[in-house]
Design a protein around this ligand. Structure first.
Ligand code: CP3
Length: 340
């Protein structure tokens, strides 16, 4: 097994930084479209053999140091009763948004049986990986999942979500508590099925003030992490906004904090308690640029982190669908050739 990723997650010394990229299995790959043109996105997630095929694309074509389960953060909300669909070019949609206490009461927390397909996919993926590299499982953080349930779709300003939080905090908290309960159980299902690490995605946390992040996001992530069967499974906490929230995120005791691209990664690392690794934090937009610009940015980040145990190379957020595949491959090759 290539242990670079797990070693770095445990803040052990490595000969080079391990690398994987958020949204590494997706629309920037022609091979993804070959599959996507035959099935809907949710069919792909729910059919273990297809989820495994897609998970393996970046393993085979990019040679990354960790695989990530092919699924979506919104499947927990669907299992709870959300009527979820994905439309090309629009994104996720819940046809029955959650707007009042009755809607929250209608959500079912005893829904793990509806997520068995994820356990099945993990087992197929682990057979395919055959011990070569670790597999990362994941879930959405309660605030980000709540935002989709309340808005009913992607949002720029989270107006409905914030109105619910501020005018009816008791409803928002009831909803967040339900999502947190399902999320902890769901991540434990993934651990039992065989994932080697866990990442929690709070993609839209940057929309929150410091106090609202503490009240409506952080405390639920802390609860989830405290309820995980962690054993030898490192936990990565990602949010957009981590360059501001990292000190608070650390108090939930993740093993790794995944940092967006606004901060200097070394400064963040040095501000955290010893033993918390960092992941990040290349601006994904650099991957649109010419190769010399990509090389400069990639090497600058690695050189900045030289001598630090506990650094996993990643982007500050996911790969965009129209980024050229060759540029992603080039960046990964640069990192894999590097030696500290
Ligand atoms: O990283 C990976 O390669 C693993 C798979 C993965 C997907 N979604 C596949 C996906 C992961 C880890 C996610 C997480 C996810 N899903 C997040 C958090 C991470 C992030 O990027 O912020 C969020 C916010 C979602 C919700 C979601 N799912 C949105 C907003 C969309 C539409 C996005 C868009 O740009 O259209 C999705 C769909 C989705 N999830 C796709 C993929 C490959 C595209 C589906 C398609 O092919 O149409």
């Amino acid at each position: 097994m290539n242990t670079l990723f797990l070693d770095a997650a445990w803040s052990k010394q490595t000969e080079r930084p391990p690398v994987w990229m958020m949204r590494q299995a997706g629309r920037f790959m022609p091979e993804y479209w070959e599959i996507k043109n035959k099935y809907s996105f949710l069919e792909m997630c729910k059919t273990p053999e297809i989820a495994a095929d897609v998970t393996m694309l970046p393993v085979d074509l990019l040679g990354i140091d960790a695989a990530i389960l092919f699924c979506d953060i919104l499947v927990t909300a669907e299992a709870m009763g959300g009527d979820l669909s994905f439309t090309q070019g629009i994104g996720p949609r819940f046809a029955n948004p959650v707007r009042n206490m009755k809607d929250v009461e209608n959500l079912n927390v005893d829904c793990l049986d509806k997520l068995e397909y994820v356990a099945d996919a993990i087992k197929v993926i682990q057979q395919r990986l055959n011990g070569s590299i670790p597999l990362i499982g994941f879930a959405g953080a309660p605030f980000t999942v709540m935002s989709y349930l309340v808005e009913g779709e992607s949002s720029k300003d989270f107006k409905k979500t914030k109105l619910l939080m501020h005018n009816h905090p008791e409803i928002a908290h009831q909803l967040l508590a339900k999502i947190a309960k399902v999320t902890a159980a769901y991540l434990n299902l993934q651990i039992a099925a065989g994932v080697n690490a866990i990442q929690i995605f709070d993609s839209w946390a940057m929309a929150l003030s410091w106090n609202d992040y503490a009240e409506f996001s952080h405390q639920y992530i802390k609860e989830i992490i405290a309820n995980l069967d962690r054993r030898d499974i490192p936990v990565i906490s990602f949010c957009k906004g981590s360059s501001v929230f990292a000190p608070m995120m650390a108090t939930a005791q993740p093993d790794v904090i995944s940092v967006d691209w606004n901060a200097d990664l070394l400064n963040i690392k040095q501000s955290l308690p010893a033993g918390i690794a960092v992941q990040g934090n290349l601006d994904p937009h650099i991957l649109y640029a010419d190769k010399p610009a990509i090389k400069k940015a990639v090497l600058q980040l690695i050189e900045r982190m030289r001598g630090e145990n506990g650094f996993i190379f990643n982007l500050g957020h996911g790969i965009m669908p129209d980024i050229p595949f060759d540029n992603v491959k080039y960046a990964i090759e640069l990192i894999k050739e590097f030696r500290y």
